[in-house]
Design a binder for this molecule. Sequence first.
Ligand SMILES: [Fe+2]
Length: 436
Amino acid sequence: MGCQYYDPCDNGATSFTVAMPRLTFGRGCLAELGTRAVGRGFKHTAIITDPGLRDGAIVARATESLQRAGIDVGVFSDIRIEPTDQCAEDAARFLRDGKFDSVVSIGGGSAIDTCKSALVLHRQKGELLRFFAPPVGNAEAILEPLLPHIACPTTSGTGSECTSLSVIRVNSLNTKFVIASPFLLPQEALVDPACADTLPANMVASTGYDSACHALECFTSRAYTQHAATDPAGVATRQLIQGCNPWSELIASKALQIADEYLERGVNDRSDREANDQLMWGATLAGMAFGNTGTHLAHALSYGITHLMADVTTKDYDIATPFIPHGISVMVLAPAVFKYTAEATPERHLEAAHHLNSQLRDVTPNESGDALEERLIGLMKSTGGPNGLTALGFITEQTDALAESAFRQKRAIGNAPRDSNLVDVTNIFQNSQNYW
Ligand SMILES: [Fe+2]
């Protein structure tokens, strides 16, 4: 590609794939849902949403739009934040029992990811566990197209409307894992920033952290040319964690610039419509970007936090303890992660630091890790983020257990620009205890 970052490697990939749903973005576009659904042949549609949205204005608008277009609608909302395999099984049963021909997911990542996993179980009965990557599952392939799916996000973080991934907590293992398949990509995404107007500030912060880390992990992930080449016979299911590529890099850089300019504004002034809408656009861009590269260490290690969290819950989230919002579990590790990974590709990290901090001046590549660390800590400080793992209730003695749990996320760890062993991962948790 004529760029040093993508220089060819022995036995490395020489091509990459970009997968996208048809995307409609803009204030008020949820009103297009019925017309778009009819255009795809929807007749009997399940809305999958979370209990907090079920009786609210957004689901009412979506239902009205579908019904006005002549579509029968059923609503499933028995899911929770940090959805579990049980939620997905229940939703799959709802789809089967109701003989639905299509789905619309409405909500944050919890609703959209539950919907995706439910579609898998609706098509291929059995336990969800077998679709996860080793060592948890045996990465069983999803073999055929799933029911058609239109995704309508209501938070500015997940990006799940644009990815072929579903993240689900496995109850029996008490931690989260990722299912990846091209068949999980929704056919359409309707991203209406008005759906996020009433989100409280701390949810805008945690989802904004998630979005910023999606973009930053995408931008700094291992180049696709450093991942093993895909057998030409298998390109239809090319590994979704394919690493950074010129297309994702372009999209991620814009998502980082949006986080730089609008995250603090959007969190600290909930009446700032421009910031609200830009953050929604940034989250969608980051979803498009990391959906075609994969994330790396910040996300991988965050799963250790959600595995071992105890007696912690977060203001304004209507959920029983223990609970730490996904975006916070990622962001609290990010300063230590990017300081660590910058050693492997300092120029690329410097570029990322400039996108995330338009005020940055006179920094050398060797200082890029410090610059990113400082910017991420600054963003947390100015938006009410936690001061390290101790602020989330973890104690130093838990560091080894956190590292051992997180180290199971082999695929994402392998997408980082720097090779890591268990000691490296332990050190990152150690360096995330306190930041200021
Ligand atoms: Fe995420």
